[in-house]
Design a protein around this ligand. Structure first.
Ligand SMILES: [Fe+2]
Length: 426
């Protein structure tokens, strides 16, 4: 852990999380949002053999997956890459897939796992042997790391993604829209309800487009489903849960989560972060109670593991809670953050329950994004930023301390009486 000196980890997420609260803002003010823009369209003007919708994701400690789509079915799923622009020292051939959805037939979807890669290095790459050159930077080996939308290392996205809602060409529009960002840094995602796209009898398989296009490292984390998985990056263990996969005790997801949490080594990954779609804590009137069944089934697992932060999406607003377990403030529970305010055509979720429960510390109905800076193995800074502010301003912020470094919480790990509201900071 000596490498952790002066370490800075910044997690910037379109939707995000944190730990022991040292400082926080309780200031909220009325914000008048401009009227929504029309739906963004991205034209398909690529030559048929050229790559489009390029995005990269983390696979294990030192590999990345490059994913893209071509209209031409004869293009090879091949990635050439190297550390100098235009000089590709390595060529790797991967796999490909496609899918049908009623009358829509997808392009050829390529997935190529490349590596081993060096940490904190910019690689230049080309997809399918044609088209323009892309580049990405690998995350650092040790802190600092940054998850962000602008200058960042890894993006965390707890759904929804495209809002295609069965209109499959919108998946392609979304892929082209995010390519300038998703091809440069790994995007790690989990699914939302808008990705289900299933109908009784006529199209019973859910998540066909999502699973085909956004292949995440589930096999590498011992999961049997692309809908839930985990990964380590720079001292952080990130768990992506599936709000729309079975989660009750006895389910495959539940058993996998138990096994995954048992494998976490807080010496190697002192920070433990969970993302899911439907929030377990929510005082907005929108989607009220939708995460409650999953909370009742799984919350004790996260609490016993001393999860630092839980990020959720789904509710088109921002809300941050105190450390909580079973609806009570708890100094060894995770901080829950709803950051479902990345933007969508449905508009914002404006209405919050009144009076505000004391576990809810801040809420605001504005589109925005979050940034988590993990400075070292013990401390991190979480901030939330409105997207519509002309200048980058902080709408909400707190300092956190990892539960792995708090003696009181370390000593009570695993199957003990739940400490009730002692010594917590609101
Ligand atoms: Fe949603």
């Amino acid at each position: 852990m000596e490498n952790f000196q002066f370490m800075l980890l910044v997690l910037l997420v379109i939707f995000i999380f944190c730990d022991q609260i040292i400082v926080h803002s309780q200031v909220s003010f009325e914000y008048v949002r401009p009227p929504p823009r029309s739906i963004i369209a991205t034209p398909d003007d690529h030559p048929e053999s050229h790559p489009q919708q390029v995005h990269v994701s983390l696979v294990g400690r030192d590999h990345m997956r490059v994913s893209w789509v071509t209209d031409d079915k004869d293009v090879s799923p091949k990635v050439e890459y190297g550390k100098i622009p235009g000089k590709y020292e390595v060529s790797v051939t991967g796999e490909h897939t496609s899918y049908r959805y009623f009358f829509y037939k997808s392009g050829k979807i390529h997935h190529v796992k490349i590596g081993p890669l060096e940490s904190d290095v910019t690689y230049y790459y080309r997809c399918g042997g044609v088209g323009k050159e892309f580049s990405f930077r690998t995350p650092p080996l040790s802190f600092p790391i940054e998850f962000a939308v602008a200058d960042y290392d890894v993006l965390l996205l707890p759904g929804d993604l495209s809002y295609a809602d069965t209109q499959q060409p919108l998946w392609d529009t979304f892929g082209r829209f995010v390519e300038p960002y998703a091809s440069r840094r790994p995007w790690m995602v989990t699914q939302g309800n808008h990705e289900v796209e299933a109908f009784p009898v006529i199209h019973t398989h859910p998540f066909v487009a999502y699973n085909s296009r956004w292949l995440m490292p589930f096999e590498e984390s011992g999961s049997n489903s692309n809908l839930y998985y985990s990964f380590d990056v720079t001292g952080v263990h990130v768990i992506m849960l599936g709000s729309y996969a079975d989660f009750d005790a006895g389910s495959a997801q539940y058993k996998w989560l138990v096994a995954d949490l048992a494998r976490v080594n807080r010496e190697k990954t002192p920070w433990l972060v969970v993302l899911l779609h439907a929030p377990w804590y929510n005082t907005n009137t929108a989607h009220q109670g939708e995460g409650e069944s999953m909370r009742k089934a799984m919350e004790h697992l996260l609490y016993n593991a001393r999860v630092d932060l839980v990020f959720a999406g789904h509710v088109h607003s921002y809300e941050r809670f105190t450390r909580v377990f079973d609806n009570e403030p708890n100094s060894c529970g995770p901080v829950h953050v709803t950051i479902g305010d990345g933007g969508n055509r449905e508009g914002l979720a404006m209405m919050f329950k009144k009076p505000t429960p004391p576990i809810s510390l801040f809420h605001e109905a504005s589109f925005g994004h979050g940034r988590l800076r993990v400075l070292n193995q013990t401390h991190a800074h979480w901030s939330w930023h409105r997207n519509d502010d002309y200048d980058s301003t902080v709408g909400d912020e707190i300092w956190l301390e990892s539960l792995s470094s708090i003696q009181q919480c370390k000593e009570t790990l695993q199957d003990r009486e739940q400490p009730k509201s002692s010594n917590f900071e609101l």
